[in-house]
Design a protein. Structure first.
Length: 193
């Protein structure tokens, strides 16, 4: 029981750190201003890890790899901690175990990205209906726009109601199902099957 409580705490802390790092990555990718409460929180919560890494990890094609890489490492660490706390015996080769842990960490990172996009799109849609002039609305609109744009070209509006967020959320659910299935592909690396 103590292992479950410890795992819950570790999972919560690492998942929140990962989400904030991913938020910083997406905000820089979309060139969303950090001069708002959300942006200031994201910078304050991640500067301790991102600033030192920027000295050694360059950006790639305008993407902030100093924000993305620690998010991936955090998820790989979470996978390792979870396997250790659950007492799962790792019987694969050392290289296979490392590849399996980092592969599972990548799948979990992609899953967290999907959850972040899901939340951003949902909040953006709700704010557009309830409080379109809220201070946070432009931030969520700017983050959701690149993901909604392809669907807005295809999905027609009905009585001035944009249904593209609903279609995107359905697609994101399908992506989560696919990512859930990918987790099993790393079992041979971890367990030497």
């Amino acid at each position: 029981m103590l292992d479950s409580v410890l795992l819950l705490i570790v999972d919560t802390v690492i998942s929140l750190l990962t989400l904030v790092l991913l938020a910083r990555f997406f905000m820089q990718w979309q060139r969303v201003s950090f001069r708002n409460q959300i942006g200031q929180f994201v910078v304050a919560a991640t500067d301790w890890v991102v600033r030192p890494l920027r000295r050694v990890i360059p950006g790639v094609f305008g993407l902030d790899m100093a924000s993305l890489l620690p998010a991936w490492l955090a998820q790989a660490l979470l996978v390792l901690i979870e396997l250790s706390l659950r007492g799962v015996p790792l019987s694969g080769s050392a290289v296979g175990i490392v590849l399996g842990i980092f592969g599972l960490g990548l799948v979990e990172l992609l899953r967290m990205m999907v959850y972040l996009v899901f939340g951003v799109v949902l909040i953006s849609a709700v704010l557009s209906w309830v409080s379109p002039h809220a201070p946070a609305a432009p931030v969520f609109d700017a983050l959701a726009a690149p993901f909604l744009r392809p669907f807005r070209r295809v999905v027609p509006t009905i009585s001035n109601i944009d249904l593209s967020p609903l279609v995107l959320l359905l697609v994101l659910q399908i992506v989560l199902i696919v990512l859930g299935g990918m987790r099993n592909n790393f079992a041979p690396l971890l367990f030497g099957l």
